[in-house]
Write a protein that binds this ligand. Sequence first.
Ligand code: EPZ
Length: 428
Amino acid sequence: MMDQIIVQGGGALYGEIPITGAKNACLTLMPATLLTDEPLTLTNAPRLSDITTMTDLLGSLGAEVVSMQDGHVLAMSSHDLTSQTADYEIVRKMRASILVLGPLLARFGHAAVSLPGGCAIGARPVDLHLKAFEAMGAELDLRDGYVHAKAPAGGLRGAVIDFPIVSVGATENALMAATLAKGTTVLKNAAREPEIVDLAECLRRMGAQIEGEASGTITIQGVDALHGATHPVVTDRIELGTYMLLPAICGGEVECLGGRLDLLEAFAAKLDEAGVSVTQTERGIKTSHKTGRVRAVDVITEPFPGFPTDLQAQMMALMCTAEGTSVLEEKIFENRFMHAPELSRMGARIEVHGGHATVHGVDKLRGAPVMATDLRASISLILAGLAAEGETVVSRVYHLDRGYERVVRKLRGVGANLKRIKEAHPDE
Ligand code: EPZ
């Protein structure tokens, strides 16, 4: 459905926002259930449409996923799998579906997963995932849009895998597969995101032998089998960073409950450089900005611990009304400035040249009808609407539902004036 969110720009925001479990941790923790025939339970899970999609995908393989406590607990079991084929119909909706490939290959020795295809922010190939599995002895056959993978007769073999570029998904897929491979696997130039650390902690609870998950070089000793576990999903650092920006863009003071500074130090440092007060409290992270405009700062997106690409669109929204000129360089994805033309409709002054966006801060944005194009772009338009004069109508907000649980309720909780309207059915 093509719902819309109507935002009335307004004054400063005050209050607290509970931060939910991380979508991007949950999307790799859920496929981990395929590594064992014992139950894996995730707590602090976010209630999001991407989680529902992963639930459907696991269900299509015969796994059981019971969602409890309003979607915040996922009790999973893949004791009775009926298929090792991930169909295009589900995979095309969410790229993270490729993360079932490593676990299926490691536990069953064969799998067929539809190639995910690109998405709005880029081509997003999976070549690094496939090269990792080939290094572990798998034979891959790409045909009719699927990758058909087959492990050697004795199972996957440990290998030294040196990633040419840092890839979160490829690191996660290889890490999961390596837990059941014969012998030792070393992942070099591996991603170090908190979601990788969270996955390693969960796999260790399941009996995996893993070291170095926060270092960029991960060493895994394969074991014969993994057992069940219960694991709390780590806090969502991207939701956290998004809501930390509210006082900076609207004025006021907001405390993000459950926030941890170690999850986003580079981002917090940029807020500090822009003149925003950022403090870790015993309940979370408090940000405040009471007078005038923030200062323009330059941003370069990089793998963790650098500035996260998933917070680039939100930062651009802030820079639209900053004092001065900001240059944002997007180094992770090739097409992640689609929010720029939408922000320009609100009066922002942005020049995009390839991977660079130059933002000349203006005094005030003006509300306008705008369109969400991808998950993080959609929230940046909401942020801009909260700071703008007048009304902003954001359409195609289904993108939002992929990654922001109860966004209207959480923003209303700090005084924001916005509402969601269901698109009137054409023949109503
Ligand atoms: C994960 O995507 C996140 N998604 C993304 O969040 C996040 O932006 C990204 O990591 C970077 O941090 C999930 O965790 C579900 P990559 P992923 O592999 O794993 C290229 C959001 O908004 N690449 O680290 O797909 C790729 O094209 C989403 O929550 C290859 O060339 O990202 C990109 O340019 C958006 N070959 C770069 O590497 C490969 O085999 C980084 O991609 C894999 C990736």
